[in-house]
Every structure is written in C-alpha cells, then in structure tokens.
Design a protein around this ligand. Structure first.
Ligand code: F6P
Length: 385
C-alpha cells in the first residue's frame, strides 16, 4: 500500500476528447473521499508543470463536470518536456530544450507525490522522461483515435464514432435525394478505427482505411455499379484522414514545426471525391467532420469508461504501483507499463472481425477484395452512367 501519498497532481495532455472531465471527476473524488489525498490540477498539460501553473482541485470543483466536453484543466498537444520548443528563430526555426528538470522541480515544490496523466501515446511519450527522473506517473489512455497500444479501448472514441455515425446518417438522405456520391472524411491519424466503426454503424458502402490502401479504378467501378439503372443510385464513402491510394501517399493538411508530432493529416476526402467525379462523371461531394468529432459531452458509454479508468488509476496508485497506465483488455481493467504504450500506435488489423463482417455484407474497402454480388457482367450491362 502507498501510505506516503498525500497529494497528487492531475493533468490532461494532447488533443482534447469527450470524457476528460469525467476522468478528472473520478480521480479527484476517489482520491479525496476514499483516501484523504489532496488533489491539484496542472493546467494545459505539461505546460503547466513547465510554467508552474498548478491549482487546488476540490471535490466541489469536480462536481457537475461528468457530462461536460473538453477539459476544465486545459490541454496542449505541443509540449514534450524533453524536447520543448522555447522559441522560434526566424532564421533557423524552432529552438528545442530539455526542460524535464523544471517539471520535476515544480512537482517537488508543490509536494506532488504522483501525477495522473490523462493522454494519448504522445502524452505518454512526454511523460517518459519524468518517469525516468523518478516522478511517479499513472497514465489514463485518452483519444478519439482509439490507437493506444495495450488497451482495447480508449475513452472518447465511442463518442467520436457516435458523432461520425450521426453525420453519415444525415449524408445518406441527401445523397439519396440528389443521386450523388458523398465522401465523408473522419479523423483517426494513422489508424482507421473511427472510419471502420462509424462506417459499419452507418451502413456506408465503402470504407477507406489507412491500413488498406485503395485502388481508384476499383473504387470508380464500384461507384458506377451503384449508379446503374435499377441500382441504389447513390453511394456513401467514409474515408479515414490517413487513408491513401495504393500508389500514393497520405495527404498532409499542415505541418506544425513546434510540435513534437508535427504532421496533421487531412484532405483525402476531397481528393477522393474529385477523382471519382473525374473518372465517372457522377456528381460527388465531400464533407470533412474535423474537430466536431472531438467536441461536446461524452455519450453514456464514455462516461462509464472514463469513470472506471479514473477510479482504477487511484486504485493502482494506492496499491503502490509506479509508472503504469490503466487499460481495459477482454472487458477487464488492468494496467501495463506506461513506457510500453509511449509513442506507439495500435492500427486496425486488416483481418479484423468487423472488416470480415462488413465485407460479408458487401461493404467495399477500395481494394477489390470484397465480393460484391453487384459486379457480375449481366448487372454491369445495365450501368447507366
Ligand atoms: O489525435 C486526435 C486527433 O484529433 C487526430 O484524430 C487528428 O489527426 C489530430 O488530433 C488533429 O490535431 P489538431 O487538433 O492539432 O489539429
């Protein structure tokens, strides 16, 4: 047992997502009410440790935030203490410094015995130098992308899937009315979890994943078939922002040189829509959901998951564990070495059961491997466009 824990810090790092406040609430209330531990909030992720922005968090502060989107502590996805951009030199670009010592000093000055770090793989990587410097850190896996190694699910993901599914449902009716192809781009970085899950949940016709490079000729053929005489007359494509054609690269929307993870993907949906229109002559539109997927309050499943994770982080801390990240595997909560998850990505396996099920009901993945009953010669004779 960890009798010596008197005060803990909590911070939220990386891109925000629904459920952060629910974790903060569970951490704070469990720590104060079950163990008499004081809690302080560290503002804007590791930035707050660097700049000494730390404030007390009471159980009252943590009340009423379960359903709120964002994070009451603020977040930052540009801040790795080991490689921190202190300024941008106009001639040479970003100037990096290792400010790990500053973070450790802030934690000591405030009498912080352990820090609950709520973040994704980048935040866990940012926590690594602090762990190596002897700070006790317990990680909680957060991201809409669901791509953290060691856990079968992250909080925020199911809410993002819900948002994307609702958007895809809406695109269905307008695609149907106008006999158009609609391409919807969703987030996820290099992982296709949001695209796959929302794509299946919405009954999308084609799902483009980073893990399965697509073939444009095959895509165009599939679309032409859906537009045949007597066919559905419209098509919905969901494209993960990290999807790419077989012979091409991912599309980068912007590069942030001051970020330890500088690449921001985006634009594949528009590109696919233009290519389809050019190849088939069929009216095609694209929508990119962007940060809408990260906004708003968590759905009930994420509130529950966040509560489990928050509670579990304090439970393992009080068992005397150090440098661990809470996880869920096979529906059971546990923990893994925090450094195991740092800086890695959990991608969709190409033979994931949901891909197999989707293929069985005719959902295309742009690779020609789905057996579309549609693509027989008799049916193709009646293609009108
Ligand atoms: O990791 C979460 C995420 O929303 C990704 O899906 C997306 O690629 C990225 O963050 C966007 O980052 P930013 O908020 O910096 O534009």
């Amino acid at each position: 047992m960890a009798e010596h824990i008197k005060r803990i810090g909590v911070l939220t790092g990386g891109g925000d997502c629904p459920g952060l406040n629910a974790v903060i609430r569970a951490v704070t209330k469990t720590a104060i009410w079950q163990h008499g531990i004081e809690v302080v909030g560290i503002e804007d992720g590791f930035q707050g440790l660097i700049e000494d922005r730390v404030r007390p968090l009471s159980a009252r502060d943590a009340s009423g935030i379960l359903t709120r989107g964002g994070t009451i502590l603020g977040s930052n996805n540009r801040c790795n203490p080991k490689r921190y951009c202190v300024r941008v030199d106009p001639a040479t670009g970003p100037v990096w410094e290792n400010v790990t010592g500053q973070c450790v000093d802030t934690a000591r000055r405030h009498g912080i015995d352990a820090i609950i770090v709520i973040g994704g793989d980048g935040t866990m990587a940012s926590a690594a130098p602090l762990v190596e410097a002897g700070v006790n850190i317990i990680g909680v896996p957060k991201t809409i992308d669901n791509d953290i190694v060691g856990t079968e699910i992250t909080f925020g993901f199911l809410t993002a899937v819900n948002t994307a599914t609702e958007a895809l449902d809406k695109l269905h009716s307008t695609a149907d009315s106008h006999h158009r192809v609609m391409v919807c781009e969703v987030m996820g970085r290099n992982a296709g979890w949001i695209a796959l899950t929302a794509g299946v949940a919405s009954g999308s016709d084609i799902i483009l994943l980073p893990e399965i490079p697509f073939d444009l000729d095959h895509l165009a053929e599939n679309i032409r078939f859906r537009m045949r005489k007597g066919g559905p007359g419209f098509a919905i494509i969901v494209a993960a922002e990290g999807a790419r054609p077989r012979e091409g690269q991912q599309i980068v929307d912007r590069v942030d040189p001051t970020s330890p993870d500088p690449i921001r993907l985006g634009g594949i949906g528009r590109w696919v829509a233009d290519e389809i229109a050019a190849r088939t002559g069929i009216e095609t539109r694209s929508s990119a959901l962007g940060h809408i997927q990260r906004g708003g309050g968590p759905i009930p499943a994420d509130r529950i998951l966040a509560t489990h994770f928050g509670y579990h982080s304090i439970k393992i801390l009080m068992e005397g564990k150090r440098g661990r990240m809470v996880v869920r595997q096979g529906n059971v909560f546990g923990d893994v070495d925090l450094l195991f998850a740092a800086g890695k990505q959990r991608l969709v396996p190409p033979h994931h059961p949901l891909i197999e099920a989707a293929r069985a009901i005719g959902t295309g993945f742009g690779d020609g491997k789905t057996r579309e009953p549609a693509l027989d010669s008799e049916a193709m004779d009646s293609v009108v466009v």
